[in-house]
Write a protein that binds this ligand. Structure first.
Ligand SMILES: *Cc1c(COP(=O)(O)O)cnc(C)c1O
Length: 678
């Protein structure tokens, strides 16, 4: 069994075990802050007189404040106990102390990371966090080595996903705008694009199939050729304005696609397991929800590569541009890992044929798992055997290959406020090619000379007014402080952060074994099935009453059992033994083949999987699954011979037995249901 000792100082602890040093730190930095105030023009004297605390209105204010705070504090205790190993529900857990302390401390200075001036300590740290994450993913961050990545924080994965699409859109349609403007200006750019030809010789279809790197290079070449042409400053300005006018954001989508009729609006391809933020992204960017194309998934809830490939072939053949394909590294519901490596391959092959699309990885959940694959000194990607030490199954060859290919994507979403164990709000967007910022900048730096940015210092200078390059405006500097300090104290490699991630995966393997054992033990009474092998650290299972073939009854039974694992706002939390979560496989959302297989395993008649409401309580348009995100690092902590997973599985057995007895008494679907002890 794994020694969890290394984790002891990481968190406040389920029993606030580390309260003492936590308080010391808070007090130390609170005092530090107070002295900072006192020492700014100390001779100014006090504004609040020393007599103030004795006045009535002062006392009343304090009393009112205390009352409100106490009420808030009381109500906050309705929160789910994320810190507890008895919480095995959603993607929440205790928070890493370096982050919490940095956050508290920084909050007192209230930095705003919209610009360097408002966040002098925190904007540079935010950019550093971008590079820390980029390195973990295998993107190049060394300016001496060529194309550099960049990244920044967002309020969450949702906004990071929007940015992925937004960046791709501005880059993809830039060559058309440039070609259009050049034609108007009677100018041509020489030896540009993937084929090193004059820009005017490319068809529009070819122009929308330039890669991100092609377009970044095109812009650099354009700048250079305009400068070399000796064009007058006024003409350069006119040129620039013409480009601005011809871009998709200049014209607006409707006018842009009306003008370039041979180019239909682009598609975005995501697996059906994709987070709903992708729907939102297409809506708010005005790309049309109908242009979101869903790829089927296989029995492991991974994107089905054959379907993906056929969609790509179809759009290529029909000459419909594809803005991006999205691979999910750790789906929200199941933590499944899409075959990123195969997506990369299909993308490269397509590009070789002149058909390009961006590849974005939605690693909001699974991004931090990449730390498990990085060596400390060299940041090299580990061999599979190195990752596997102490683990039974992880990573499967498929999973390993997928993680390895993350470095070949164009951009990545990751949520430090999920598996990064940091406070909300903290998401991140990381792009492989920093050149993309020139296409999204508010200040349109293109065609202006930009500084040499071959060091992080000068890159920070270029990016310091962060609000120019991102969707958000004012934003918390505290989040950047928290992420930066955490990544410094717990670096993103297999010896540090990776060990924490490994504990979560190890727990999942143990959980899997326990549930499998429980299934064998109860096989005469219930069928407990794990519909997809848990590749990482979320596990789902379904429970059906033996002999029942009706989905509605299975769902009903599952919900009854789950009722006791669910937080009820009106009942004291202390009464909960464990807290879980659930998910559903919804009819129409999952493929019929998959449904057939899952239901077959559960001995459910697949004809009872129907969209129609059977009755209010017993719906059969979905397959009810118990779901547990195993983020708490303490699940294998053992006392009196049993750890938290042993205890949970014992409790689950009790709940199932209880409900079986109740069911045999009430017999909600008389004809099909056997007695509990049949
Ligand atoms: C959580 C999640 C998101 C959304 O992130 P928020 O931080 O909630 O905005 C997007 N994609 C995936 C895969 C997620 O797990």
């Amino acid at each position: 069994m794994m020694d969890l000792g290394f984790l002891h100082p990481f968190f406040l602890g389920p029993k606030a075990e580390n309260q003492e040093f936590f308080e010391q730190f808070l007090l130390e930095f609170l005092r530090d802050h107070a002295y900072w105030r006192k020492n700014f023009h100390p001779a100014d004297g006090n504004v609040v007189p020393t007599s103030a605390p004795y006045r009535d209105h002062y006392l009343q204010f304090i009393a009112a404040m205390r009352k409100e705070l106490q009420e808030l504090s009381a109500e906050l205790k309705n929160a789910a106990p994320f810190y507890s190993p008895r919480y095995i529900g959603h993607m929440n857990s205790d928070l890493l102390l370096p982050g919490v302390i940095a956050e508290f401390m920084t909050m007192m200075y209230n930095p705003n990371n919209v610009a360097g001036e408002a966040g002098p300590a925190t904007v540079p740290r935010e950019l550093e966090v971008g590079w820390q994450l980029a390195r973990m993913f295998g993107y190049n961050t060394d300016p001496e080595m060529g194309t550099t990545a960049w990244g920044h924080l967002t309020s969450g994965g949702t906004i990071a996903n929007y940015e992925g699409i937004w960046n791709f859109r501005e880059v993809k349609f830039y060559p058309i705008a440039l070609a259009e403007a050049a034609r108007e200006m009677g100018f041509d750019f020489e030896t540009v694009g993937p084929e090193r030809r004059n820009l005017s010789t490319y068809s529009k279809w070819e122009l929308v199939n330039f890669s991100v790197a092609d377009t970044v290079e095109l812009l650099a070449a354009a700048k250079q050729q305009i400068t070399a042409s000796g064009m007058k400053p006024n003409d350069v300005k006119r040129f620039k304005n013409t480009i601005d006018r011809e871009t998709l954001v200049g014209l607006g989508g409707a006018a842009f696609f009306a003008k370039h009729q041979e180019i239909p609006p682009p598609k975005v391809i995501v697996p059906i397991t994709a987070h709903y933020s992708w729907d939102k992204a297409l809506k708010i960017l005005g790309l049309g929800l109908n242009n979101l194309v869903l790829v089927k998934t296989d029995k492991k809830m991974r994107l089905r590569i054959d379907h993906f490939e056929s969609l790509v072939a179809q759009f290529e053949q029909e000459q419909v541009p594809v803005l991006a394909a999205v691979g999910v590294l750790g789906t929200t519901e199941f933590s499944s890992i899409d075959p990123i490596d195969e997506m990369v391959e299909i993308r490269e092959d397509a590009y070789d044929r002149g058909f390009y699309f961006g590849l974005h990885i939605d690693a909001a959940w699974g991004g931090y798992m990449c730390s498990l694959f990085r060596r400390e000194e060299t940041n090299q990607f580990c061999e599979r055997e190195e990752v596997r030490e102490d683990l039974r199954y992880f990573p499967s060859q498929e999973t390993y290959d997928a993680f390895k290919a993350v470095a070949d994507s164009d951009s990545i979403t990751v949520d430090p406020h999920k598996l990064g164990y940091l406070p909300y709000p903290c998401g991140a967007f990381v792009a492989r090619n920093m050149g993309v910022i020139d296409f999204i900048s508010q200040k349109a730096s293109y065609l202006y000379d930009i500084k040499d940015d071959r060091s992080h210092k000068s890159q920070i200078e270029k990016l310091i007014n962060l609000g120019q390059f991102i969707l958000e405006g004012s934003k918390p500097g505290c989040a950047a402080a928290a992420a930066y300090v955490t990544h410094r104290v717990v670096p993103l490699n297999k010896h540090h952060f990776g060990r924490l991630v490994k504990v979560t995966i190890k727990q999942c393997e143990y959980f899997y074994a326990k549930i499998t054992a429980l299934a064998a033990e109860l096989e005469k009474k219930v069928l407990i099935k794990i519909p997809f092998f848990p590749e990482t650290n979320i596990i789902c299972f379904a429970v059906n009453v033996k002999g029942n073939d009706q989905l509605a009854l299975m769902n009903f039974f599952g919900r009854r059992v789950f009722e006791r694992l669910k937080i009820n706002r009106f009942k004291p939390l202390q009464m909960k033994e464990f807290i879980g979560s659930y998910t559903s496989l919804v009819k129409g959302k999952i493929s019929d083949e998959l449904a057939e297989e899952v239901l077959g395993d559960l001995e459910i008649n697949s004809e009872t999987f129907v969209v129609d409401v059977v009755d209010q309580q017993r719906e059969a348009d979905h397959i009810f699954l118990f779901r547990h995100s195993l983020m708490s690092p303490w699940l294998l902590h053992r006392w009196e011979g049993r750890n938290y997973i042993d205890r949970y599985v014992d409790y689950l057995r009790e709940l199932i037995e209880d409900e079986l007895v109740k069911l045999s008494k009430s017999r909600p679907m008389e004809k099909k249901v056997p007695k509990a002890d049949d």
